[in-house]
Design a protein around this ligand. Structure first.
Ligand code: NDP
Length: 399
């Protein structure tokens, strides 16, 4: 059915590539392009010989002209952007210049200031509309599936959802004293930022990791969860009818918090450039270089993730409580595609979004967050493509 350009060759890209190759009737031909071409070639070497034809290319996606040239030579219908959030706008510009659709898993970030907001990408809406092109934003798990879960809950079980708590729990153990499960720079920027949640039309700011709750999660048991700001809160606060409050909680072990606190106290998580041996460097960039590569965690990680939404609201005047979540097993993911569950839970939804776009099911000109599309076909695909979901109409609530 289609040709797709995949930009990036990290943990998430590896899953996207495997999953595209498992759906060759939709992904007839793919090109894997990244800054380090050898990583793309390694994926091709592993998967070549199947029904999906694979090409590779070197591209610096910070450079719009390079992306344009690559799109012109490969001629895809769409780009799946699983590089870093810094490349979102250059790739969107290249898509507009060449008339191809766009999908990503993380909002655009300025390299120098962490913002986690959609304003820059939402500003492209009219240009995508006029060009008749679809851009799907934040189509990983969170953001991504958590938006689809919200839309599905609203469509089937509620007239209005008043409260949503998204809980992202990782009970995986990689055996290292400290490592991040995806790109360390993005991960640490997210966790060390102020916490923030939305209530009654306003954003409430907290100190980083100030709000802690212990939540007893299905299958993985009680875990320390911390309130963080997460980018889907911005779009869900806008798009979900009747919402009064939305919060996001992520689990961290005491060991993880201790390491992070020390790194922060000594200045290693700062993105302020410092002079080091005659060169300006960002301490966080240096820290990324010495931490384990997230892609290397796959073979070592055991345990499960549990990510889902706890929703409260009303249907036909009666109160409804609904929890929908997915459990994903790190070792099973590694056995299937050679990546751990964090990459898997991001890469599978990215492939599903691209599949629905190519099939014309999730195609509408403009720039959209996932909850603005019909959730049903996506929910069906989650069950088929390795991320089945579970519903609970009597969950414990977070106070
Ligand atoms: P990695 O760091 O493992 O991989 C990023 C890849 O992008 C690398 O191959 C890197 O190249 C490539 N890249 C970086 N800069 C450029 C550039 N200028 N041009 C071309 N390629 C470039 O990250 P992950 O795979 O873990 O994450 C990928 C994306 O997924 C990120 O945006 C992350 O924020 C997002 N994400 C989303 C989640 C969700 O649930 N929505 C959850 C987890 C991640 P090189 O190999 O040369 O460094």
């Amino acid at each position: 059915m289609g040709k797709v350009l995949i930009i990036g060759a990290g943990g998430v890209a590896n899953v996207v590539v495997h999953k595209c190759c498992q759906n060759p009737e939709v992904f007839e031909e793919i090109c894997i392009a990244s800054r380090t071409k050898s990583k793309c070639d390694a994926m091709k070497a592993e998967l070549d010989g199947g029904k999906t034809k694979i090409q590779t290319a070197k591209v610096d996606a910070d450079n719009t002209d390079e992306v344009i040239a690559l799109i012109k030579s490969f001629k895809p219908e769409m780009v799946i952007n699983v590089a870093l959030p810094y490349q979102d706008l250059t790739i969107m510009d290249a898509c507009l210049a060449t008339g191809v659709h766009y999908l990503d898993t993380a909002n655009y970030e300025l390299p120098e200031i962490p913002k986690f907001e959609y304003s820059w990408q939402w500003a492209y809406k009219e240009r995508f509309e006029k060009a008749g092109l679809t851009a799907i934003l934040g189509c990983g798990f969170d953001p991504g599936v958590t938006g689809v879960f919200s839309a599905y809950a609203l469509k089937h079980y509620f007239d209005e959802i008043n409260y949503i708590d998204i809980v992202d729990a990782n009970a995986g153990d990689h055996g290292y004293p400290f490592a991040t499960n995806f790109n360390p720079e993005i991960n640490i920027r997210e966790i060390t930022a102020e916490g923030k949640y939305w209530e009654e039309g306003k954003w409430i700011i907290t100190e980083p990791l100030e709000i802690k709750r212990v939540y007893d999660l299905p299958v993985i048991g009680p875990k320390d969860t911390y309130l963080l700001y997460h980018e889907e809160l911005e779009s869900l606060a806008k798009n979900i009818t009747g919402l009064k409050r939305i919060r996001f909680f992520m689990t961290f072990s005491q060991n993880y918090i201790n390491h992070l606190t020390v790194l922060q106290n000594v200045g290693m998580t700062s993105i302020e450039p410092i002079l080091f041996e005659g060169k300006m460097i960002q301490p966080l960039h240096f820290l990324k270089a010495v931490l384990p590569d997230p892609a290397s965690l796959g073979p070592r990680t055991k345990g499960k993730t549990n990510i889902g939404n706890i929703c409260q609201g009303f249907k036909d005047g009666k109160p409804v409580t609904y929890y929908v979540y997915n459990i994903c097993d790190h070792e099973a993911c590694y056995a299937e595609v050679g990546s751990q569950a964090i990459s898997y839970t991001t890469g599978v939804p990215a492939m599903i979004g691209a599949k629905l776009l190519l099939e014309g099911v999730w195609k509408k000109p403009g720039v959209y967050n996932v909850e603005e599309f019909d959730p049903d076909p996506f929910m069906d695909e989650l069950n088929k493509q390795g991320l089945p979901w579970i519903e609970d109409f009597n969950p414990t609530l977070i106070d």
